[in-house]
Ligand binder design. Sequence first.
Ligand code: HEC
Length: 422
Amino acid sequence: MAAYLVEWGSLLLRWLHVVTAIAWIGASFFFMHLDASLRKTPTIAKGGVAWEVHGGGFYEMRKYLVAPDEMPAELTWHKWQSYWTWISGFSLLVWIYYGQSSLYLINPEVMPLQPWQAVLCGVGGLALGWLFYDNACKILVGKQDMLLAGLVFVFVVAMSWVWSHLFSGRGALIHTGALMATMMTGNVFLNIIPNQRKVVADLIAGRAPNPEFGKQAKQRSTHNNYFTLPVLFMMISNHYPTTYANAATIPLTVTLVIVAGALVRHFYNVRHSLHGNNWASPWWAWAVATLAMFAAFYVGMAASPSGRERLGLPPAAETVDPGKKADAAPAAVRRGAFELPPQKVIDVISTRCSMCHAAEPVFEGLQIPPKNIRFDTPEEIGREAAAIRVQAVMSHAMPPNNITEMTPGERAVLAAWLLPGG
Ligand code: HEC
């Protein structure tokens, strides 16, 4: 029962997270586009007007910077999409990475952390990251936009480097994404919305609002817009082990993905401000972004032994300090969170699963183990116990289409180990 609840809890949280993120990012794209397409109009001193067509009607969108002369009777705020994206995302982080830290977050060969230490490194990093970012923005607002962008970029990459020395590869990548996402929601919750509240209070009191608030909010929402694509990549990367199989390459992958994602946003932001003069769009941004993604692909391939072989590269030097590795052994005991499978289970897995899930799969057409899941040793099987339970006991997703003809009796052997009592 508990295992099913954990699985469904994760599914429901992810559903919520995806839905709220779509709503939030959709709004972010929409307003950036709107801002870029505004044209000056004599009736508005600062701001502009744009026409849009959608859903069977025409919209005349007007922007008043920093605010209209009078407070409108009704005002729609855009904030809960952002808050719920963060709340659901952080809950997912807790559910999966902190709740099941020995499976997903802690790799004793990188750093033999206790679960509470790992949580501290994760949450502490997110909190410190926000403080650094927020203060950097406050100091540099309106003055040094490019310097600030560069600083934030280097900082995020540095944090990914730190986390890749503390966590499993996917743990490091998801925390890097969570850091950027925390900056984004922090911007909305702690800067943009409070500033807008001050503007509203000024309007109600009949005071002229301070234009500084508008400037700050624009700075933050521009950052958010440039963050969206890289963050989404990091959020889905944990389903693709070649992006995190080797911790040493994570900072480089993060660098390349931020460059590519931000450039694609840049392309659209500029293009939308050209009022239809599409040929003047910064096409070079696509070229550089494509190169960056090719580089990321190459880095991912060069990070795995079989990939290196195919690229004709010499085998990589041992990335884990051998002293530390000896310290961390035996992995099974130190992990503590799983038991080694009984021989009967090992026999089932090696006859029904290992032809695909091995360092060197023998199944035709497979060159690397799917999802980097390997069952070459009892330790590896034990480490993946929870995933095996989901894929082959709670569901029959594996073997795919039961291609290796696993019998109900064999599943019962796995169930006796993984779901005692059903
Ligand atoms: C014919 C080859 C093949 C066999 C045999 C096979 N798998 Fe898989 N397995 C795959 C592929 C392909 C994927 C990736 C599926 C995807 O991308 O959604 C996968 C994915 C997985 C995953 C990761 C799922 C995820 O999304 O995180 C687990 C766990 C797994 N298999 C366990 C098993 C177990 C246990 C067995 C034996 C009962 C088994 N597999 C047999 C090919 C195989």
